[in-house]
Design a protein around this ligand. Structure first.
Ligand SMILES: NC(=O)c1ccc[n+]([C@@H]2O[C@H](COP(=O)([O-])OP(=O)(O)OC[C@H]3O[C@@H](n4cnc5c(N)ncnc54)[C@H](OP(=O)(O)O)[C@@H]3O)[C@@H](O)[C@H]2O)c1
Length: 217
């Protein structure tokens, strides 16, 4: 599958390199494709990985993966472009967008916003099939979702059945056990779970080597 990843940091880098190893074609979209640190980090990523602009990644991907800081999301998606619809936004139309962001981690009052990040992303790109996923655990767990013999649970929420099936398959491909958490309106629950993960990792000092697993008889 052709995957365009917006951002190539901790989350984007971990997901993209894992998908590339599984045979997916990955295109990282970044502000500065020639940044030395990025070039060095991705130099051994293999032939399935390319790097270019945010626009090129959006053009490339059948699936677009949003791994930007929350503060950069609205502007990048073009919702506030003067025309009301930038080329990035236009090229997202009809595509699947996996939203990995967590607004609750931003430093400002955003954390008290009554509408979830997933729903706000969907409102900014209305003709795009948004699935909230890959936001409830640390990036290290995305690079390696195996804890001994256990595969970590990856919860996802969205309104489009086809998009959710693709998201679930992409989670399976890199070693997660995907679990459907219902419609996109449940994104807020996943964002709260991410907050809880952070409180446990840092507030309770459990560290980042922790993850959620749903058990079922
Ligand atoms: N870290 C985690 O464990 C984790 C887990 C789950 C979800 N998340 C969420 O995933 C998202 C990414 O987190 P991360 O840890 O991967 O962040 P990160 O390592 O800081 O990477 C962010 C990426 O976005 C780019 N970027 C930053 N500001 C930008 C802007 N204004 N316009 C365009 N691109 C910009 C950065 O590129 P430059 O190099 O050009 O700055 C970088 O490629 C966040 O929303 C976070 O809440 C993080």
């Amino acid at each position: 599958m052709k995957i365009g990843i917006l951002g190539a940091g901790n989350v984007g880098g971990a997901l993209g390199q894992s998908w590339a190893k599984k045979g997916h074609q990955v295109f990282f979209g970044v502000r500065d494709p020639n940044a030395p640190e990025l070039q060095a980090r991705l130099s051994k990523a293999g032939e399935n990985v390319r790097v270019g602009s945010l626009q090129e990644a959006t053009d490339f991907g059948e699936v677009i993966v949003l791994t930007l800081p929350w503060e950069a999301v609205e502007e990048t998606l073009g919702a506030i472009a003067p025309s009301g619809s930038s080329r990035v936004t236009a090229n997202l139309e009809g595509k699947i967008l996996l939203d990995c962001t967590n607004p609750n981690f931003s430093a400002d009052a955003e954390q008290y916003h009554p509408v979830s990040g997933g729903e706000r992303v969907a409102a900014w790109v209305p003709k795009t099939k948004v699935v909230k996923i890959f936001n409830t655990t640390g990036w290290e767990n995305m690079a390696n979702p195996q804890y001994g013999s256990e595969s970590l649970t990856m919860l996802y929420a969205g309104d489009d059945a086809e998009a959710k099936a693709v998201a679930a398959q992409l989670a399976t491909d890199i070693g997660f056990e995907p679990l459907d958490a219902g419609p996109l309106v449940n994104s807020g629950l996943l964002e709260s779970l991410a907050q809880l993960w952070g409180k446990l990792a840092y507030g309770q000092k459990l560290g980042r080597n922790i993850a959620f697993k749903l058990l079922q008889h």
